[in-house]
Design a protein around this ligand. Structure first.
Ligand code: 5GP
Length: 178
């Protein structure tokens, strides 16, 4: 699943995961700062850029990307362990990451969550109160680049109403995760 930041993807992921007990969230690694009430090991594994780069050398990543000046990556071991235990895995990753995953797992189900419009997206990011205006501007710019690639995804869900977007995502997964 991909979406520009502020499109409501984390909330949708959280709500969807409650209904699918064989679906597990992939906890990514990142070098960005902890935001708000985020917890290490639950929202992300927070590591240094140095540690991240070492893991590039040792082939630790299934996929990785640099988003808004920070590294983000998915561990091969985490995914393999959960796949071997019979879980499907929900990845919350950017477009570059999704392209890498599709190359390795062409059967992946891809969903792009769209914000209703850019003005609303900017307002959501400001309201969230966790990023500076500078960072928000960077995220908006990145959002435009990501939205331009939305047709790479099998499904596009527009989040103008959270409950409707959650239900639509659940029905996609209900159909795909047979
Ligand atoms: P945020 O900093 O807002 O949590 O996430 C920023 C962006 O990084 C989002 O688009 C999110 O989907 C993406 N992201 C989070 N984890 C990963 C990951 O493991 N790999 C990739 N490629 N992107 C990720």
């Amino acid at each position: 699943m991909s979406a520009p930041s502020g499109a409501g993807k984390s909330t949708i992921c959280e709500q969807v995961l409650r209904d699918f007990n064989k679906l597990k969230f992939s906890v990514s690694y990142t070098t960005r700062q902890v935001r708000g009430a985020e917890k290490d090991g639950i929202d992300y594994f927070f590591i240094t850029a140095d540690a991240f780069e070492k893991k590039i050398e040792t082939g630790f990543w299934l996929e990785w990307a640099k988003v808004h000046d920070n590294y983000y990556g998915t561990s091969i071991d985490y995914i393999n362990e959960n796949l071997n235990n019979g879980f499907s895995i929900l990845l919350d990753i950017d477009v570059e990451g999704a392209i890498q995953i599709l190359e390795k797992y062409p059967e992946s189900v891809t969903i792009f969550i769209m914000p209703p419009d850019m003005t609303e997206l900017r307002e959501r990011l400001i309201k969230r109160g966790t990023d500076s205006i500078d960072t928000i501007d960077k995220r908006i710019k990145n959002a435009e680049t990501e939205i331009a690639k939305k047709d790479l995804y099998k499904y596009i869900v527009v989040n103008d109403d959270l409950d409707a977007a959650v239900n639509e995502t659940k029905s996609i997964l209900g159909k795909e995760l047979l």
